[in-house]
Design a protein around this ligand. Sequence first.
Ligand SMILES: Nc1ncnc2c1ncn2[C@@H]1O[C@H](COP(=O)(O)OP(=O)(O)O)[C@@H](O)[C@H]1O
Ligand SMILES: [Mg+2]
Length: 332
Amino acid sequence: MREPVAGERLDQYQLGELLARSGMASIFRATDTATGQTVALKIPHPQLESDAIFFERFKREEEIGQRLDHANVVKVLTPRGKSRMYIAMEYVDGRSLRSIIQADAPLPPERALDVARQVTEALVYLHRHGVVHRDVKPENILLTADGKVKILDFGIALNETKRRLTWTGLSATLGTPDYMAPEQIGGRRGDGRTDVYAVGTMLYEMLTKNLPFNTTNASALLRAKANEDPRPPSYYQPKIDPALEAIAMRAIQRVPHDRYQSAEALLADLRDPPAALARAPEAPHPRRGTTRVLRRAARPALVLAVLAGLGALVYVSSRHAEPPAAAPARAR
Ligand SMILES: Nc1ncnc2c1ncn2[C@@H]1O[C@H](COP(=O)(O)OP(=O)(O)O)[C@@H](O)[C@H]1O
Ligand SMILES: [Mg+2]
């Protein structure tokens, strides 16, 4: 198979503009010649088509997508017949949250809350269907002109209902370090609280234009995530609404047990921020207990952390044409 080009026909689709090119795939806009529907086709690079692990993962990405039907999750279609590997999706006419943050952050609190709420609504739905996304980040979130959020990219999602089958070979391909929860850095597969962490990080970034850890390089970031407390958003935005600060901080706690325990719990506070403040005094986990748990968890996890971190970096830089998130994020 060769690299497809705009203007070609692929099964029932007529390829249009190349929308994006990552380390894994090219994403084209296309038209369904039967229905006239505009779609997006994610077509893996030809050299990956013979890679058995990639094939399994790509097939799973498609299957997970096809099972899901939610207003805030990109719809994955089922083509009549496929002469090569690709995923057909509804086309989302919009901008990525990454480009919105770059251009407009800090966002007005209402806007940041609205995006976080829609993302979390999608996550509540995913988690109920046994799927942990594990790669929630601004590059994988598109916003339409009328403000509707669509989550994309189930490339490393975990299907809880088929855990054994789907975990194989995935540990080296975890998300970017910036949005990755500490337990993912430690090599764990993560659960719903892993996605909660990523939403908290994005909320923080939308509100402050900064990330919770301001480190100079990726290994320092991994260490900081495992051992240090994030700066509160008010460090960057002294006038931030304390309720929003409380929500972001609770979502990005290092120890999953100290976070919102589910996307539902996070969503409840995003829908009613003052309630988060009312609850805050009960929330803190005993500091000493937390530290002890962390130290115990940190020792065996340390070696894994470094390995997984390096793996993730290699993965990130090979997967994306844009610069890896870690480096520019530090500079922002
Ligand atoms: N359905 C879609 N509609 C519009 N643009 C899309 C769609 N799917 C992907 N894209 C574009 O392609 C980019 C990469 O897609 P993604 O599925 O995240 O690939 P990768 O797994 O390589 O990260 C997205 O950031 C977005 O800009
Ligand atoms: Mg992506």
